[in-house]
Design a protein around this ligand. Structure first.
Ligand SMILES: Cc1cc2nc3c(=O)[nH]c(=O)nc-3n(C[C@H](O)[C@H](O)[C@H](O)COP(=O)(O)OP(=O)(O)OC[C@H]3O[C@@H](n4cnc5c(N)ncnc54)[C@H](O)[C@@H]3O)c2cc1C
Length: 384
């Protein structure tokens, strides 16, 4: 169904991904190393700058095109998690940055000479309750001095710039808990070793995620994005794009699992017939297909609302939830269809299974989406 949108872009992405087969990803996964060549190829082909307006060197396309790109990457067995932030993190700068900041940074982000891959929000003690972040930026003359800690900040070691959310006024001194936070653009090339330490975290998937320690890091005041104290709402507006794009990756993952399972079910013969002729095998594959298509419609609706500039917080959340559940159902089904071979590294299914599991937790967990729908949409009382 969603294959009908942007056929030329999808075809070009598929051809690029064909140069990065399972063996490429398996080797990286084993060593937990970054797919530098894959990210370079996507950058050179212009796929990571589609959301940047033409005046800054991008192709000025909408979110629908970006969803098509990430979906195809994932359907091909590749992983856009290594670089998807280069697409949307610049949205905070584009929407809320000054003319000088945009002119200074966006052309470099568009041509890939500046990697804007890191987005620093989560902290160990705050968790999902972002208003309780404690990383603090104290203004001292023409600098902010940043101290604190972040966790799960992906791609920090592979990024030249980071969009960082920190407190500039203590929570207790703010009228609303979401006030008093600000967004700084941190130049990682200057920061590492001068107040910023990056510590990689080994996880069940190859995601280049890290822990960050800020120890009196100096950030020039000119790197403040928008107004001081309004950072939380700037970050929220960027999160809708992130959720929709990650939902598209989940649709791609679901298609990968369905393609693989259907092919294997037709070819694998046990008890003298194809396993796919047994309804116990066939129906879960068909169910995964139905669920994926239903989720794809929700993702397309959220992307259309985002592109039209309409409020889409609820749609973006719902898209991420149903798409991540569709991909997880498909992943589990695909392992089951393959029997023992589903666990073999060379089939790529166990790797994709681990990769797609992330998206029920990050960038926002399912419970928090349900809480948003329960309270903001259905008007039920809040539990927190
Ligand atoms: C591999 C990876 C990469 C990541 N990359 C980034 C990144 O680049 N930048 C970044 O800023 N963050 C990143 N994150 C962090 C991610 O966004 C968070 O892990 C996620 O939002 C969940 O937050 P938490 O881990 O603090 O869970 P917690 O907030 O501690 O929640 C734990 C569990 O409790 C549930 N829960 C909490 N409160 C409630 C409630 N009131 N009602 C019901 N259930 C509740 C949650 O749903 C969750 O299941 C990444 C995480 C991972 C694992």
């Amino acid at each position: 169904m969603s294959d009908e949108t942007f056929p030329e872009i999808r075809d070009a992405v598929r051809r690029l991904c064909a140069d990065f087969p399972g063996s490429y990803w398996q080797a990286l996964d084993r060593d937990r190393t970054y797919p530098t060549e894959f990210v370079r190829a996507l950058t050179e082909a212009g796929f990571l700058s589609v959301l940047i307006p033409e005046e800054f060197g991008g192709s000025g396309l909408g979110l629908g095109a970006a969803t098509a790109i990430l979906e195809e990457i994932h359907r091909s067995g590749c992983n856009g998690g290594a670089c998807h932030a280069q697409m949307y993190t610049m949205g905070t700068l584009l929407k809320h940055g000054s003319a000088e900041q945009k002119a200074k940074y966006l052309p470099g982000v568009a041509d890939g000479s500046l990697r804007l891959q890191a987005f620093g929000v989560t902290e160990p003690t705050a968790g999902t309750d972002t208003t309780r972040i404690r990383t603090f930026a104290q203004r001292e003359g023409d600098h902010y001095v940043v101290s604190g800690q972040k966790i799960w900040i992906s791609r920090a070691e592979h990024s030249d710039l980071m969009v960082l959310l920190c407190r500039t006024t203590p929570r207790e001194e703010c009228a609303r808990s979401s006030d008093g936070m600000s967004v700084l653009l941190v130049d990682m090339r200057e920061a590492v070793g001068n107040g910023l330490t990056i510590r990689p975290i080994r996880t069940m998937l190859n995601h280049a995620t890290t822990e960050l320690f800020f120890d009196d890091l100096k950030v020039p005041v000119e790197n403040l994005i928008g107004e001081e104290g309004k950072g939380f709402r700037y970050i929220l507006s960027g999160m809708n794009a992130e959720r929709i794009l990650i939902a598209a990756e989940c649709i791609g993952d679901a298609k990968f699992f369905i393609d693989r399972a259907a092919a294997y079910a037709k070819e694998r013969s046990v008890f003298g017939r194809a396993i796919g002729s047994n309804q116990g095998i066939q129906f879960p594959i068909a169910r995964a297909y139905v669920q994926m298509n239903a989720a794809a419609l929700v993702v397309a609706d959220a992307a259309a609302k985002f592109e039209a500039g309409q409020p889409c917080g609820t749609e973006a959340n719902m898209a991420k939830m149903v798409a991540s559940e569709a991909s997880w159902f498909a992943a589990d089904m695909c392992i089951q269809t393959h029997g023992g071979f589903g666990f073999a590294e060379e089939y790529d299914i166990e790797r994709k299974f681990r990769e797609t599991r992330l998206y029920q937790v990050a960038p926002i967990s399912t419970n928090l989406i349900l809480s948003h729908v329960g309270t903001h949409v259905l008007g039920m009382p809040k539990s927190f």
